[in-house]
Design a protein around this ligand. Structure first.
Ligand code: ATP
Ligand code: MG
Length: 760
């Protein structure tokens, strides 16, 4: 083929280029953070496509999150200069396995419309299994069984394959309960998260023909974040790559942070054994972070033993040192970070204004998010939470989703149980028992059992009538799925209205009710991005990141785990206290395994930052309503002093940190810097004492709650401008939400904060 100009190759250094151009045979790229592994992997896809080596649907490309998959797809499109007609096999292990399993569900004893249970449903089902075996759930909790079974699934062990050594698990009943749980799942036409991989691996192992079909189909395999694959994922990849061996894996042993979920860093170290003759590429130049940030990260990770020990360098000399600040408590930390973000945004820190999109707060534990969310809501600072299905975890969302699930797959018993008496239909425990009994008697799913019970008049009174109505409604909505002239958004609204679910919250007088109604509307909005209800349900059971995207800049809040692979100009790392980070559990463990994983997490956190990295800790935290004092994290002691600047805690010394930036001026601070502060217990004590003085609340005015209703000074008919959707006219106002008929985008609901008045 004639050589075509390939600008994407010019953007790479020689080592990356080698990894990109060597398309055939096994390639391993083992390199530190920010060295361009993901970039090389993306370029490799582009190279495969533009040299005609593979079509988009012949490339199997595994990313760690859905977000990463989307970004990779977008980048490939941009680099090629045209959108590709889709890369169906670019996604997470789970997303890819759902597709495979839907095609071959019958080989796993399922129907192709199987439901994917979330962890809550999983626990409920386990509880039932435990109860059915007359085991005391208090002594042998369902969660424990769940983590045991998940662990087996991560190791690709079906009940028959659980090794004898594990026979004692869960009071000697583990294996047996596992088998029963799997049977129940099949009866429900459902599987849990771990099953997605396990079933596909099992199918591959037992159906030679299916496996070889995919071995031929996926001509090239690419895997990002290989250090975090578990045994099941590893087997899956090895099975698929066995034929052509065109597999390229990239990863960093220092960023292996999912050991607790069964990841085996050994997989990456074993690659050369599994694929003899593998070509190994090492990258050493970091293109992401300034020298101070890189040095701080390297200083911390050096504390781990048994590393491959990669040295990184960067051309980005200078820049700000890593910033360290202690606070009196968690609320003050949140307040300070909020103000710091605002001053960075407006450029008052003596730097160029930084977009909110370029700032992130990375927490060790998701409960830390609450303080930031509360604070940011109070000051009206837009934020997004990434990395946990938080929105979809809310009660009303889960209820609504259960209705949708039941409409799409009527045998979804868990969904039925969830909604049968929500809203209240006069169907108490007794009526529900009758439904259960009837279903068992006829060997049918609960919904069908309910229909029979109603027909045979087994449930008397108001409840019976209500149940009949519910059954009829569900059947009717089911017929509307995919019916011409009806969008799935309309159907969703019909379901929520006619079931009485929306009315339930409209009549609810608790303070949370309005918010819940907003969330339900938000849910229907979220459906827009999908072709049908089932596609959406699938998405929700898979999502790693919660995006109910409204336009406008936002600060990102996420866990350190979710931040893997991402980068931001400015990063805040709060809560660096012993017991929180590193976690108490890792500190209590004998041996260093847990602690070393926490240290890798610290390394991941610091290396997300490009320009500014701020670590903070609080001397006191409220845990379950109790105040607890805390010591700064041991990882703070490990930060190399030469690359760290200690900032003054605002509450103690009168604020002013906002404009002044690093407040090197205070005597305490100076002493701190001179005398290896973060190491000295004296300084910690001094700080705690100083902190007992009344805390001055800086910038009082800003602390007022912004009344969004009052701010919404818009009127119907007014012409407005919205960053994402452009110009339009207001057609309705509802609290802080506006309905706008946009000239290009059509009618949309938007938050008034993101809308400005435009000249008509
Ligand atoms: P991580 O280990 O955190 O996942 P990574 O090794 O995957 O990091 P990338 O995210 O691919 O690193 O790249 C880090 C940054 O460096 C990105 O902004 C990327 O665009 C940039 N970059 C990568 N390679 C080059 C290069 N050869 N020249 C210039 N910039 C580069
Ligand atoms: Mg990467």
């Amino acid at each position: 083929m004639a050589a075509r100009p390939a600008p994407y190759l010019d953007e790479l250094n020689p080592a990356q280029r080698e990894a990109v151009e060597r398309l055939d045979g096994p390639v391993l790229m083992l390199a530190g953070a920010g060295t361009g592994k993901t970039k090389a992997l993306t370029s490799r896809i582009v190279h495969l496509l533009s040299t005609g080596k593979a079509r988009p649907n012949e490339i199997l490309s595994v990313t760690f999150t859905n977000k990463a998959a989307r970004e990779m797809k977008d980048r490939v499109g941009r680099m090629l200069g045209h959108q590709i007609e889709g890369m169906p096999w670019l996604g997470t292990f789970h997303a890819i396995c759902v597709k495979l399993l839907r095609r071959h569900a019958e080989l796993a004893g399922l129907k192709s419309n199987f439901t994917i249970l979330d962890s809550d449903d999983q626990i409920r089902l386990m509880k039932q299994v435990i109860a059915a075996n007359n085991i005391d759930e208090k002594r042998w909790p369902a969660r424990q069984l769940a983590s045991l079974i998940d662990g087996w699934k991560n190791r690709a062990l079906t009940p028959e394959k659980v090794p004898a050594a594990d026979a004692g698990a869960f009071n000697n009943r583990g294996t047996e309960l596992y088998a029963q749980y799997q049977t129940r799942l099949r009866e429900l036409n459902a599987c849990d998260f771990g099953d997605l991989l396990l079933h596909v691996v099992t199918i591959f192992q037992t159906h030679e023909d299916v496996l070889s079909q995919y071995q031929r189909w996926f001509r090239y395999i690419l895997v990002d974040e290989y250090q975090d694959t578990n045994v099941a994922q590893y087997l899956w990849l090895r099975l698929l790559a066995q034929g052509h061996r065109n597999i390229c894996c990239v990863g960093d042993d220092d960023q292996s942070i999912y050991g607790w979920r069964g990841a085996e860093v050994g997989n990456i170290l074993r690659f050369e054994k599994d694929f003899p003759g593998a070509h190994v590429v090492r990258l050493e130049q970091n293109y992401r972070s300034t020298a101070h940030i890189l040095a701080a990260a390297s200083g911390v990770i050096r504390g781990n033993e048994g590393r491959l020990g990669k040295e990184l360098w960067t051309e980005a000399e200078g820049g700000e040192k890593l910033r360290l600040i202690g606070h009196w408590d968690g609320e003050e930390e949140a307040r300070w970070i909020g103000e710091e973000i605002e001053s960075m945004q407006s450029g008052t820190r003596g730097m160029q204004p930084v977009s909110l999109d370029d700032m992130a707060i990375l927490v060790r534990a998701s409960h830390q998010m609450r303080a930031f969310e509360d604070r940011f809501l109070t000051i009206g600072l837009p934020y997004r939470v990434i990395g946990g299905p938080r929105f979809y975890e809310r009660m009303e969302i889960r209820d609504a989703m259960a209705y949708f699930r039941l409409v799409v797959s009527p045998e979804d018993d868990l969904a039925f149980e969830r909604v049968v008496n929500r809203p209240k239909r006069g169907l108490g425990d007794k009526a529900q028992q009758v439904i259960q009994q009837t279903a068992r008697e006829f060997g049918v799913p609960l919904l069908q059992g309910a229909s029979i019970a109603v027909d045979e008049d087994r449930i008397k009174g108001k409840g019976g009538g209500q149940l009949r109505l519910l059954c009829e409604n569900l059947a009717r909505w089911g017929r509307m799925v995919g019916a011409p002239g009806m969008t799935h958004m309309e159907l969703a609204e019909i379901i929520l209205d006619e079931s009485g679910y929306t009315a339930m919250w409209q009549n609810d007088k608790t303070p949370e009710a309005p918010g819940r109604l907003e969330n339900l509307k938000e849910l229907v909005k979220a459906l827009e991005g999908f072709e049908n209800l089932q596609g959406f349900l699938e998405h929700v059971s898979l999502i790693m990141d919660n995006e109910t995207e409204e336009a406008g800049e936002k600060v990102s809040i996420m866990t350190l785990h979710a931040a893997k692979g991402l980068e931001f100009p400015a990063v805040f790392l709060p809560g660096w206290e012993d017991g929180l980070f590193p976690s108490q559990r890792s500190m209590d463990e004998s041996g260093l395994k847990g602690l070393e994983e926490e240290r890798r997490l610290a390394y991941v956190g610091i290396t997300r930052a490009e320009q500014v990295c701020t670590i903070s800790f609080a001397g006191n935290r409220r845990v379950f309503g109790q105040w607890q004092s805390a010591l700064p994290s041991r990882f703070i002691d490990e930060l190399p002093e030469a690359h760290v600047e200690v900032l003054t805690p605002p509450g103690l010394y009168g604020g002013g940190y906002g404009a002044a930036g690093p407040a090197g001026g205070s005597g305490l601070d100076q002493r701190a810097a001179d005398a290896n502060v973060y190491n000295s217990p004296g300084w910690k004590r001094m700080q705690a004492r100083a902190g007992q003085r009344p805390v001055r609340q800086p910038q009082e005015a800003r602390n007022q709650v912004i009344d969004l209703q009052a701010v919404s000074a818009f009127e119907t008919g007014q012409r407005v401008f919205h960053q994402k959707f452009g110009y339009g006219a207001i057609t309705g106002i509802e609290g802080d939400k506006l309905e706008v008929d946009f000239e290009k985008a059509g009618v949309k609901k938007v938050v008034s904060r993101f809308v400005t008045a435009a000249d008509s």
